[in-house]
Design a protein around this ligand. Sequence first.
Ligand code: GLN
Length: 240
Amino acid sequence: MPNAAGETGTPAHRRHAVSRPRAGAARGAAPRARPGRAPRSTAPRVGVLSLQGDFERHGVALRELGAEAVRLSLPEHLDGLDALVIPGGESSTMLRLLDATGLRAPVGRCVRTQPVLGTCAGLILLARNGDRLPAPTLGAIDIDAARNAYGRQVHSFTDEVEVAPLGGVVPGVFIRAPRITRVGRGVEVIARWRGEPVGVRQGRAVALAFHPELTSDRRLHAWFLREVAGLPIAAAAEPR
Ligand code: GLN
C-alpha cells in the first residue's frame, strides 16, 4: 500500500506541478476558442487542490480518464476549471494552508458552484463539521465527520465498499479515515462499508472516506466526471 496520504513533509505548493495552469489564464479572461487559433483541447480541466497530501495520484487517475489535471495551489489556478478534486492528506494542515494561500474564499465558492470530489481529508474539508480542526470546514455537504475514527495509521485497511451508483463493489483503501457520524437531509449515501456510510453526495459535491485514487479501479472517478460533473471521459476508460 502506498505510504500514508498526507505524510509528505514539504508543502505541496513548493514542489513541482501535476500540470501547469494554462498560460495566461487570468481571472475572467480568454474565451475557450479564439478565431484564427488552433482549437484548444476539449479535455475537461479538473483542478486538484495541491497544498498537501496525495494530489499526484488523483492527477494520474484523471489523466487516464482523458481529463487535464490542473494543480491548484493559488487562487488564479481556479480559472476555467470544470471540476475540482480535494485529495486526502491532513485536513488540519490543508485548512491552515487554505487560509495562508488566500484560497479559502475562492475554493469555498467553487465547491458550491462546481462539481467537487473530496477523498478522506477532502471529505472532512467538504463536511459541515469536523472535530479538532484549527479552522472551519468548507461545509459543502451536510454531514459531520469524526477524524481518524477507524483507528491510527497502523489500522489502515483495504476492504470492499458497496457503491450504489456503480451497482457493485470497489476496493476501498482506508487510511486514518474519517467516519461519517451524521448524514443530513438532502444528502445521498452512495457508498457503504459494512453498512456504514463511507461515501455521500449532495448535488454535485461528492465525498468519500476512502481513497479510490490509490487503486487502479477508475470507476468512481469516471462516475464522478461523467455522471456528477457531466463531463466527457475517454472512451477507453468507460466504466466496466
Ligand atoms: N486523518 C486525516 C485527517 O484527519 C485524513 C487521512 C487521509 O486523508 N488519508 O485529516
